[in-house]
Design a protein around this ligand. Structure first.
Ligand code: ATP
Ligand code: MG
Length: 632
């Protein structure tokens, strides 16, 4: 092992050499001529001239050495079933799916939209698209019809792959009616809809449009569908961002750069071992699922676990039992999931043999210190926070323990990952701020391989949204606040539009939330700034107590609210002290587990909550509404 400092310096000072070498981690059908083509800044084309295929790298190339190794293990606590596919079996199923797509006219460059539950056929669908050069666009299964319609019109898929139903916490969620309604509302009409019938909910097939997967699969038999060799810059997929801050953006990803970035991250950041098991409890509807349920682990020759279920059903020990059962070497989850588990007694976790596990990775939102120390104390293994975006496809900040196991720093996801020229810039001057000062986390051109190529169908939106926030047109804005220390560890302080301005003091919601989380009675918290006639804005905190009984009556609520306000006052000062502390049973989140602060804020200011396409559970917004109406 070398020093991370040297490794990183080389990645940003000699990107051509660095990534040129990393490219050897994947198979190329034809070598590239140019590592980086920067002739159209701020666009960046990686591995120009090279021909490769994501599915070949994820499946076919492992057949020689790993034919019998499980490639995909499916576990469902929703329907109490599990299935395992070796690399050979996965290869066969992906070819069948690819043959079905081809039979119905899907060609390279065509889009295929997936509106699927967490079942193996969803993974077959993604890999089959990659195999034939079609572009997949996965939309979270169960999304509202209107959100789905918007994505259908944006991606204009030739075919949609879906299923009769998903299941959430044991409740069947029929997808077909939502899908039919979405297609009805959309202007664009797919030529075919391929339905996987799980037998969960009866379906009404639409004649001339709907196809039955089982029938089609039987018809194609043991089809042989070779991988289509595509340009490294050929789009592999479109994925819409979570929509936490506004209208979701269709992130377009390439092929070669993505494969190289994932292969690099699997080795150097996730320390995965080919042949080992990777268990990521995310969802394929989210970027983490694309990169670290499907493509990353398979490209690296690991066994990947696809889990349909929640972290608390049948009980809060399920994730750990699955890790034990499959001897997981690497786990990946979210701070949200861990915060949920924290509310339950830890015995179930202690009963599991987690000796195979080496590291737990968490990403998606700020990892507060109490949650981080709780989980790492429980596991006795490194818990690695990592920060990234749908746009980047793999971590921007983290610890690359595969290169050098730098000590983690509490509250920080870590240092810049290879190829990311991270800087913290002053919002107005655009100049770098000194260590210890807050600014906008920005990345100098070029973004490393694997990052977004453009906004699907809208190059101008890509330039305007991401590359036009500073005087230099070669700086990418993450829209997150950060502060770096002398050693280069960056702490994320929230989103640039999540700042509260109290009587001229600018406060990050994250800082106040961290402070409130340090109170032992708090399970979760969301802080927003609500307009205030006198002070401009006031901080309002919505708290999920660890023990609901404690805030069941007005007196309990008043007492705990006072303690929480006092905690913030002592830690951050009187300006940060929330004007109101309200108690709720849950917080409104996106399907990817992110707080929908903009909707909470709207309700506080008696405005409509805005675009709710990605809201997980509308009941959570109701709780905010009633807390505002009923609690002082
Ligand atoms: P939209 O851009 O449509 O509003 P979104 O930003 O929520 O949606 P994602 O790409 O899923 O969509 O989320 C990326 C964001 O999540 C980051 O910009 C950051 O705000 C937050 N985030 C991710 N990982 C971390 C982390 N480890 N620590 C702190 N924040 C994180
Ligand atoms: Mg974003």
């Amino acid at each position: 092992m070398g020093s991370y400092r040297d490794y990183y310096r080389r990645s940003v000072e000699q990107p051509q050499e660095f990534w040129g070498e990393k490219a050897a981690l994947i198979d190329w059908h034809r070598p590239f001529e140019q590592v980086l083509d920067g002739s159209r800044k701020p666009f960046a084309a990686w591995f120009r001239g090279g021909l490769t295929n994501l599915c070949h790298n994820a499946v076919d190339r492992h057949l020689a050495a790993r034919a019998q190794q499980p490639a995909l293990v499916w576990e469902s606590t929703e329907v109490d079933r599990s299935r395992s596919y070796s690399y050979t079996e996965l290869h066969r199923e992906v070819q069948r799916m690819a043959a079905i797509l081809q039979r119905h006219g899907v060609e390279a460059g065509d889009r295929v939209l997936l509106y699927m539950p967490m079942i193996p056929e969803a993974v077959f669908g993604m890999l089959a698209c990659a195999r034939i050069g079609a572009i997949h666009s996965v939309v979270f299964g169960g999304f509202a019809a209107l959100s789905l319609a918007t994505r259908i019109d944006d991606a204009r898929p030739k075919l949609i792959l879906s299923s009769d139903a998903g299941s959430r916490a044991g409740r069947v969620v029929p997808y077909k009616p939502l899908l039919d309604e979405a297609i009805e509302r959309a202007t664009h009409k797919p030529a075919a809809v391929l339905m996987v019938d799980r037998g969960l909910h009866p379906m009404q097939p639409v004649a001339g449009r709907d196809l039955d997967y089982a029938t089609e699969r039987a018809a194609v038999g043991d089809a042989v569908v070779p991988c289509a060799w595509v340009d490294a810059t050929h789009p592999s997929y479109i994925l819409y961002t979570s929509g936490t801050t506004g209208r979701p953006k269709g992130v377009q990803r390439d092929t070669g750069g993505y494969a190289v970035a994932l292969a690099t991250s699997m080795r150097d950041i996730f320390c995965g071992r080919p042949g080992g098991t990777y268990f990521c409890s995310s969802d394929i509807g989210w970027v983490v699922g694309h990169s670290y349920i499907v493509y990353g682990p398979l490209i690296h020759g690991m066994t990947t676990v696809l889990y349909e279920g929640t972290p608390v059903r049948p009980d809060a020990g399920i994730l750990w039992r699955l890790a034990e059962r499959h001897r997981a070497q690497v786990m990946f989850s979210s701070p949200t999931a861990v915060r949920v588990l924290k509310k339950f007694a830890p015995e179930l976790m202690r009963q599991c043999d987690l000796s195979s596990l080496e590291r737990l990775f968490l990403a998606g939102e700020p990892l507060d210190e109490p949650t981080a120390s709780w989980i790492s104390g429980m596991l006795g293994k490194p818990v690695v926070d990592n920060y990234w975006q749908t746009e980047t496809g793999w971590p921007i900040l983290g610890i690359a323990a595969g290169v050098e196991a730098l000590a983690p720093k509490a509250g920080s996801p870590g240092v810049a990952m290879p190829g990311y020229k991270v800087s913290i810039l002053d919002e107005s001057s655009g100049r770098p701020v000194p260590a210890g000062e807050k600014g906008v986390l920005a990345i100098d051109w070029p973004l490393p391989p694997g990052c977004m190529q453009t906004v699907w169908g809208d190059d101008q939106r890509f330039v305007d949204t991401y590359w036009s926030n500073f005087a230099s047109a070669q700086v990418y804005s993450t829209f997150d606040w950060g502060v770096a220390d002398e050693q280069g560890y960056v702490t994320i302080l929230g989103r640039t539009d999540d700042v509260i301005n109290v009587a001229g003091h600018r406060l990050g919601t994250r800082e106040i939330e961290e402070s409130i989380s340090s109170h032992a009675a708090v399970a979760e918290v969301a802080v927003v700034g609500a307009a205030d006639a006198v002070k401009g804005q006031q901080a309002v905190a919505f708290v999920v107590p660890r023990d609901a009984a404690r805030t069941a009556d007005a007196q309990g609520r008043t007492e705990l609210a006072a303690q929480i306000m006092q905690t913030v006052q002592v830690q951050l000062g009187a300006v940060a002290r929330p004007a109101r502390v309200l108690f709720v049973g849950m917080l409104p989140k996106t399907r990817s587990g992110k707080l929908l602060r903009r909707s909470i804020q709207a309700l506080c200011e008696q405005r409509a909550p805005g675009d709710l396409t990605t809201l997980e559970d509308p009941a959570a917004l109701e709780q905010i509404r009633s807390a505002l109406a009923e609690q002082p």
